[in-house]
Design a protein around this ligand. Structure first.
Ligand SMILES: C[S@@+](CC[C@H](N)C(=O)[O-])C[C@H]1O[C@@H](n2cnc3c(N)ncnc32)[C@H](O)[C@@H]1O
Length: 265
């Protein structure tokens, strides 16, 4: 197995992550789109045991808990896990675990769903991702669910943004397999972008793909928050575009994030 580096990132952003992303105008709308798709697959209709990876500050874990699900939430960052334990319900189990540890955790077989929101898996390279999914599939049972929200190699809104800034070199910045250094609160986070079809291809031998949809094909990436904070009407219009065009699967690869739902065969 390739070493899924336990390099602890996101520690310095833990305390400000909710303000910077979770409760930002863009973050709220993007997360609503994730929940829209979860509702479409009746995710909330029956109580589930959910194993969450890259849980960050535990916002989703708390939403799921409040809706009656049982959640075990993990993240590699001690800073994130400490924050989540302090801020969220005591009834949720938070634990520091890297993807590599999760992939070797036979406890996974006791959970109905493995959930990963907002690009945690974009922090590992293609070989590591292959090993991670292989490990997870070896523990999950027939009928178990995988729900992953990832960042794509193309992003329409980002392309428009760089085009308008005459920054043509950046337009294709995500489209590489060698990773891109992204600045997160002064930490350099190596980020690997994946097309929905690349993930589907990896999952195909062991999973039935149930759904692939855009999460943010017109909603912009979160770094555009300062602009849209001042132009909320524009963001609200864009959100309406998202509701219309976000139904088209072919837009997933052009989106900042997309959701993929798969069932273990
Ligand atoms: C963009 S945040 C997403 C947080 C949260 N899921 C959300 O919806 O807001 C990405 C998270 O992935 C976690 N992460 C990065 N590399 C990881 C790894 N190798 N193992 C486990 N978690 C990792 C980071 O610590 C961070 O909390």
């Amino acid at each position: 197995m390739n070493n899924i580096k336990d390099r602890v990132q996101f520690n310095s952003s833990a305390d400000t992550y909710d303000d910077d992303f979770t409760f930002s105008n863009i973050g709220i709308l993007q997360r609503k789109r994730v929940y829209y798709w979860l509702n479409q697959i009746d995710f909330f209709s029956t109580q589930k045991k959910i194993f969450e990876i890259n849980c960050g500050t535990g916002y989703d874990a708390e939403q799921f808990h409040e809706k009656g699900h049982t959640v075990f939430a993990t993240d590699v960052s001690d800073g994130m896990v400490t924050y989540a334990k302090e801020q969220r319900s005591d009834e949720i189990n938070f634990e520091t675990q890297s993807f590599q540890q999760v992939a070797q955790d036979s406890e996974l077989s006791n959970y109905d769903t493995l959930f990963s929101n907002f690009g945690g898996l974009n922090c590992i390279n293609p070989n590591q991702l292959f090993d991670f999914l292989k490990g997870v599939s070896s523990h999950q049972k027939k009928g178990n669910q995988l729900i992953l929200v990832l960042m794509s190699k193309y992003c329409l809104m980002e392309n428009i943004y760089f085009f308008l800034k005459f920054n043509f070199r950046q337009i294709n910045r995500r489209n590489t397999n060698t990773g891109v250094e992204v600045n997160v609160k002064d930490e350099q986070v190596k980020t690997y972008y994946y097309l929905p079809e690349e993930i589907a291809q990896l999952l195909k031998p062991n999973y039935k793909i149930e759904l692939i949809k855009p999460v943010a094909c017109f909603l912009p990436p979160s770094y555009m928050e300062p602009f849209f904070k001042k132009h909320k009407k524009v963001l609200s219009f864009i959100n309406r575009l998202e509701h219309f065009f976000g139904r088209f699967t072919f837009m997933a690869k052009w989106s900042d994030h997309y959701i993929i739902v798969a069932e273990r065969k």
